[in-house]
Design a protein around this ligand. Structure first.
Ligand SMILES: Nc1ncnc2c1ncn2[C@@H]1O[C@H](COP(=O)(O)OP(=O)(O)OP(=O)(O)O)[C@@H](O)[C@H]1O
Ligand SMILES: [Mg+2]
Length: 220
């Protein structure tokens, strides 16, 4: 009911239920980033998004965004949502993400990184975490989308949700690997050039070995 003071909070909006802590957190200076899930009731009532009035950003996936806005394209949905929240980000799975800043009118779109998706669980959550990181660091909108998408893409290559979220060392290993590709597209690479100043100089060789969750691996 009363989260501790924090620079940022992530709220999972619940259809038909207002959450008072969201307004309280916003009043006490937290930046609130909202996500939402599938509406099992099938109503997709735009009034269910009332708590957006306290949020800084809303990051639904494309299906959710289009249903709540009665649109048939993620970009149109993002524009519509930006009328209700300062920043609307619509994630499009393997297609990447698009964002509209309602205050400045700035838009940005970044394609996803091509990876072998083993387990998409938690991609949206990891995306939000990456986006919050870049926002608190004051990065430009397109860099925030690129970073969030990179962290989410790295996570879907591994089993698990939060367990598969990458750390800086994994991001650094990825950056080192893609830079060393002989036939790398320089324009695609430059989209991630902002990483250069951020990454620890301790990248380990790709692929990294990591702990794997064993839940669900029992033989039938
Ligand atoms: N197959 C993929 N390849 C690369 N990146 C991906 C893939 N799937 C998801 N992502 C990244 O993760 C972001 C969020 O994914 P998605 O749009 O599927 O969210 P979601 O449906 O909310 O996910 P979740 O299953 O966590 O609810 C995408 O914008 C993209 O950057
Ligand atoms: Mg989601």
């Amino acid at each position: 009911g009363a989260p501790p003071a924090a620079r940022a909070c992530v709220a999972s909006l619940q259809p038909g239920r207002r959450q008072e802590w969201i307004a309280r957190a916003a009043r006490s200076g937290s930046r609130v980033f909202a996500d939402i899930g599938w509406d099992e009731t099938g109503r997709w009532d735009p009034d269910d998004l009332a708590d957006l009035e306290h949020c800084d950003a809303f990051l639904p996936n494309a299906q959710e965004a289009m249903r709540y806005t009665r649109t048939d394209c993620p970009r149109a949905a993002a524009r519509r949502l930006a009328e209700r929240v300062p920043l609307a980000v619509v994630t499009m799975g393997a297609e990447g993400a698009v964002a509209v800043d309602g205050a400045t009118g700035e838009t940005a779109e970044v394609p996803a990184i091509s990876v072998e998706a083993l387990d998409p669980t938690g991609a949206g959550d990891v995306f939000v975490a990456g986006f919050v990181t870049g926002t608190l660091a004051g990065w430009p909108l397109a860099d925030r989308l690129a970073f969030a998408g990179l962290t989410a893409a790295l996570s879907v290559q591994e089993f698990g949700g939060s367990l598969s979220a990458p750390g800086w060392v994994e991001v650094a290993a990825w950056w080192q690997r893609v830079r060393d590709f002989d036939e790398q597209d320089p324009a695609a690479l430059s989209r991630y050039g902002f990483l250069e100043a951020l990454l620890p100089g301790c990248a380990r060789p790709w692929p990294l070995r990591r702990a794997v969750p064993t839940i669900g691996f029992r033989r039938p």
